[in-house]
Design a protein around this ligand. Structure first.
Ligand SMILES: Nc1ncnc2c1ncn2[C@@H]1O[C@H](COP(=O)(O)OP(=O)(O)OP(=O)(O)O)[C@@H](O)[C@H]1O
Ligand SMILES: [Mg+2]
Length: 439
């Protein structure tokens, strides 16, 4: 079981542009927001309960003023979140890290950074590229979703029809983008070059908050494979890392960007669906855990009486349908949201009172996401899996043989059933040998 880790980052207050006073405070793992609707006096204390709303997360960062002793640098954020992404990837888990928050609150800054202040994605790539070929394979792709269409950010595309890629679903490996270019990298310089190329191609627009606002959702995917020896057998540890920088969450608000109706509506679709997916997953996870505790309470209560559990003991509620396929973003991130992935959500907020509504909605969103329980598992190499299964089968057959022999006082190899079992054991042992020889 894994809860989504969540954290809050605050970007420096840009002078005047955002207006108002600071209404957010970070205290260890708790973010407190002053309720400006209740609090009208400037001198009221932070401690007053009804005047502040507190949200607790796995990590909270304060990056408003670099002079502040509490200031969290990109390096500190990497030490916490980047290293957990890396350790998960090294162990063979799928990982997803995504940044959510209003425009100008620091999503792109946190995920990508600036040349002077490098963000999470290049830092993660730097460590991964230090472990080089031939034992490690490091492939990456970079795409953007704009108006519900997908574009490869690392390919020279036809200017008239740049958004042409389709999302498909593989029965085993899940959703993928057909025709997306995969880039093999062997050193960090190549990563930086490709990242810069992709970032330059991404759609941005000037908004009233800042003039490099991301209008699209960017998904940077790393396929990371390590070649290892397991039981003297060459095998692989594979991991998929999704690093996602979303467009501003205000785009889910219908009143935003009325002049750009299509853009608003479509970005809206991905973000609105993301909201629905997150809240439905959270509800389902809560239902699942409360069902489990109801069952354990019932069985404890009943064990004393020795009764059989009543037949209708489960609540009868079914998990709600998750509309992953309603938007491109949620479809592509299907596995990262409530599936086989360790997922970290980064919620970025502005500390200004003028952002009160957006800040509250972002924090509520993140608090809700914390309730989701994912089911990550280590990606097993197909050959190793096959051999493990064959060995288990051999053990099972050998145990059956043994029990036949024990039951039979005079074991004879001519016995039909016995002979068949021996045959099966031999066949499976041959298969294991063949796999070893083929590799
Ligand atoms: N923690 C920080 N320290 C210093 N500068 C920051 C910080 N966070 C953000 N900034 C700066 O604030 C501006 C806006 O940040 P950014 O582009 O990351 O916002 P965003 O959340 O991606 O917005 P949008 O949704 O519009 O894309 C940028 O110039 C960025 O460099
Ligand atoms: Mg951005």
């Amino acid at each position: 079981k894994l809860h989504l880790a969540t954290f809050v980052s605050n970007r420096p207050l840009s002078k005047r542009a955002e207006g108002g006073r600071v209404i957010v405070e970070v205290d260890d793992k708790v973010a407190k927001v002053r309720n400006i609707k209740v609090d009208s006096r400037l001198d009221s204390s932070w401690e007053s309960r009804e005047k502040t709303v507190a949200f607790s997360f796995d990590y909270c960062y304060w990056s408003v003023d670099p002079e502040d002793p509490k200031y969290a640098s990109q390096e500190m954020v990497f030490q916490d979140l980047g290293t957990s992404v890396l350790s998960g990837a090294f162990r063979g888990y799928n990982i997803c890290l995504f940044a959510y928050g209003q425009t100008g609150s620091g999503k792109t800054y946190t995920m990508m950074g600036t040349p002077a202040s490098i963000g999470l994605t290049p830092r993660i790539c730097e460590v991964l590229s230090e472990f080089n070929f031939p034992f490690f394979l490091f492939l990456f792709s970079f795409l953007e979703i704009y108006n519900e269409r997908v574009r490869d950010l690392l390919k020279q595309s036809d200017k008239t029809k740049p958004y042409t890629l389709r999302v498909r679903e593989h029965p085993e490996t899940g959703p993928y983008v057909q025709g997306l270019t995969q880039h093999l990298v062997t050193d960090y310089k190549q990563v930086v070059k490709l990242l810069e190329e992709g970032i330059a191609k991404r759609i941005t627009a000037a908004t009233h908050i800042h003039n490099a606002s991301s209008r699209s959702h960017a998904v940077f995917t790393i396929h990371y494979t390590q070649a290892i020896l397991e039981n003297n057998l060459p095998s692989e540890i594979a991991s998929k890392i999704n690093l996602v920088d979303l467009a501003g969450s205000e785009r889910a608000d219908p009143s935003y960007c009325k002049d750009r109706i299509t853009e608003g509506a479509n970005i809206n679709k991905s973000l609105v669906t993301l909201g629905i997916v997150i809240s439905t997953l959270a509800q389902n996870s809560q239902m699942f855990s409360s069902c489990q505790s109801i069952t354990s309470i019932t069985s404890e209560a009943e064990s004393g009486r020795g009764d059989n559990p009543p037949s209708g003991s489960s609540s009868g509620r079914r998990p709600a349908y998750i509309p992953y396929r309603d938007s491109i973003l949620t479809w592509l991130l299907k596995d990262s949201l409530g599936g086989n992935s360790k997922t970290i959500m980064i919620a970025t907020i502005s500390p200004a009172s003028s952002s009160y509504n957006e800040t509250m909605s972002t924090l509520r969103y993140a608090a809700n996401a914390k309730n989701i329980i994912n089911k990550p598992r280590v990606n097993e190499d197909a050959n190793v899996k096959l051999i493990r299964e064959l060995r288990e089968e051999i053990d099972r057959l050998k145990a059956m043989l043994m029990s036949f022999e024990l039951r039979n006082s005079s074991p004879s190899w001519s016995d039909d059933r016995d002979g068949n079992l021996t045959e099966l054991v031999l066949q499976n042992e041959m298969k294991v040998c063949m796999i070893y020889l083929m590799l």
